[in-house]
Unconditional design. Structure first.
Length: 286
């Protein structure tokens, strides 16, 4: 008996049964993903005739290049801040017993329970010019201190951190939990201090989780729309907001489609890099 027939017999499904079961999902994926994606690609290429004019104009557009630079600056800043705050939290969680760690993970996952739109308005109430934090600073300083933390780059980064931090914590936590504790015990036995153990053992072995968290955060950040639209200023436009500008303000659907495809290509490249990192983490081929 061949391996394929063995697998078929073990699953109890013939090839036609598998096709019938997968057909509804295939149709659904085509309807909600492949067809709109193909239509967007076609719109970016066809403007009376097939050409790459939209992509050529995009590559030479000062507006697009500035927005792309803003996008990566904001995404990288939010990712680095999430890494700085997320790594100590992940280390703390990894050191907890399983029951306590579970309770702490519930707290880490709390931001996922609230809409990003609601969280953005909540951040305005806390960090705005008349928000709770500035009112407290004004009370303590006699009205001398009022920090501009909303409707600028700081507001966008704060909103992103609120969304991205759990992804960073969970990615790093997975690597820390997979770490062989006998290595730490051996280092302690040899007289290594806590700082040396961290730099020589913990940090290098947790790097796959760090790299995965960084790639996940950057991938999620570059496609953000609501956060920069609600919490950013005029100088903080990101690529997703530029697509909205082309579709609603200038009605240039060709440029909007080309911008969307460029964003998709960048995201696809980052996802491919993430797949290689995860493959290396699991011991598969890189």
């Amino acid at each position: 008996m061949t391996s394929s027939s063995t697998a078929t017999g073990a699953s109890g499904l013939g090839p036609w049964s598998a096709i019938v079961l997968l057909a509804p999902l295939t149709v659904l994926m085509f309807a909600i993903l492949l067809y709109p994606l193909g239509l967007t690609l076609w719109t970016s290429l066809y403007d009376g005739q097939l050409s790459l004019r939209a992509y050529a104009e995009l590559a030479s557009s000062t507006l697009f290049l500035k927005v792309l630079r803003n996008t990566f600056e904001i995404a990288i800043t939010g990712t680095l801040v999430s890494l700085v705050f997320g790594y100590p939290v992940a280390m703390h969680l990894a050191a907890q017993p399983p029951r306590r760690r579970t309770a702490c993970l519930v707290m880490v996952m709390l931001p996922f329970w609230t809409s990003i739109l609601v969280k953005s308005f909540a951040l305005v109430a806390v960090f705005g010019n008349q928000g709770l934090l500035n009112q407290l600073l004004g009370f303590l300083s006699g009205g001398q201190i009022n920090l501009p933390m909303m409707f600028n780059r700081v507001g966008v980064v704060l909103g992103m951190i609120n969304f991205l931090l759990p992804f960073m914590i969970l990615s790093i936590l997975g690597s820390l939990l997979a770490l062989d504790r006998r290595l730490i015990l051996a280092a302690e036995t040899m007289g290594a201090g806590s700082l040396r153990i961290f730099w020589k053992i913990i940090l290098p072995l947790s790097m796959p989780g760090v790299v995965a968290g960084v790639l996940i955060n950057v991938t999620l950040s570059i496609g953000m729309y609501i956060t920069p639209a609600l919490l950013g200023g005029r100088q903080d436009m990101m690529v997703a907001n530029l697509v909205d500008f082309y579709t609603r303000q200038t009605l240039d659907w060709t440029a909007a489609s080309a911008t969307a495809m460029a964003l998709l290509a960048i995201s696809g490249l980052l996802v491919a890099m993430l797949g290689r990192v995860r493959g290396g983490l699991s011991g598969g081929p890189a």
